[in-house]
Write a protein that binds this ligand. Structure first.
Ligand code: 13P
Ligand code: ZN
Length: 281
């Protein structure tokens, strides 16, 4: 069995293809990472190599002992998500983190290339999840979701405003994201600051909007990560359409705070009404 048949690899490749089909990944936009579990490592280990050129250790620029010894499947910097399934060994790969959590090396794929330029954001996010005791988040996904990005041109980078808009669009959003989205102002793509601020937001939110850029989500599985990004992107699109149809004003019939509270009570979700902004115009 080639490594391409490994369960984690098939799911990784499938998610890249699904995401590409949504139109969220122009050129090399977006990136995906997955923290291998014990079974993945057992299945993939026979294909790993650390001999010869290209397998040197590279400093991460930070040290996080919670990442020590972990293996990550990750898209390559500059690679189109469209091509991950066509030529996985070039457009993605598996890296190992050293025993101190301060360096990485290739163990499979990433031929002639390196992990995504947002690797710091992915790794610091994974470190948050490793420290969590009540979850098993293994997937971090960044998309240039067009409606989310368009909405970031209209709304302030203010979580209350964003969640009033997104939760208000359709009842599904609060079910998938009862803690709402986190929102960051514009920051330099690939920067340490973006990585650190994103990881801090992901402690409280499963999705974070990057103003004028896109969205990053974290979830347990590929399906959950894709589903969350999809729901938020769809809600942003509906909100924009409704607002445009209403002469550019906030739609008048958003799902109300009372309705949101009723959904959360039925589903046993925590809901803080104070997380909603006063209606904007
Ligand atoms: P990479 O090609 O390095 O993954 O960059 C794409 C991107 O979306 C940066 O934010
Ligand atoms: Zn990006």
């Amino acid at each position: 069995m080639p490594i391409e048949q490994a369960n984690c690899m098939r799911r990784f490749v499938r998610m890249c293809a699904d995401a590409w089909e949504q139109g969220w990944h122009e050129s090399n936009a977006g990136n995906l990472s997955y923290r291998l579990d014990e079974e993945d490592i057992r299945v993939c280990m026979p294909f790993f190599s650390i001999k010869g050129e290209g397998h040197e250790w590279h400093g991460l620029g930070f040290a996080d002992s919670d990442l020590a010894g972990q293996f990550f499947m990750v898209t390559a910097g500059g690679s189109p998500l469209r091509k991950v399934g066509i030529d996985p060994a070039i457009n993605c790969g598996v890296v190992e983190i050293d025993g101190e959590g301060k360096a990485w090396r290739k163990v499979w794929g990433l031929k002639g290339t390196h992990p995504t330029s947002e690797f710091s954001s992915h790794l610091l996010a994974h470190a948050v999840f490793i420290r969590e005791t009540d979850g098993d988040n293994r997937v971090v996904y960044h998309a240039h979701a067009p409606n989310v990005t368009a909405l970031s041109l209209l709304l302030e980078p203010d979580e209350a405003q964003w969640n009033r808009a997104l939760w208000g669009v359709m009842t599904e959003v609060i079910m998938l994201a009862p803690q709402g989205v986190g929102v960051l102002p514009w920051m330099l793509p690939g920067s340490k600051e973006l990585a650190v601020r994103t990881a801090a937001k992901l402690e409280a939110h499963d999705a974070v909007v990057w103003t004028q850029h896109g969205i990053i989500v974290r979830e347990q599985t590929f399906d959950d990560a894709f589903g969350l990004a999809h729901a938020i992107e769809k809600a942003a699109g509906i909100y924009l359409n409704a607002r445009a149809a209403n002469g550019g004003h906030r739609p008048e019939h958003l799902v109300s705070p009372a309705q949101l509270a009723a959904i959360c009570e039925k589903m046993g979700l925590d809901f803080d009404v104070s997380a909603l902004a006063a209606p904007d115009e």
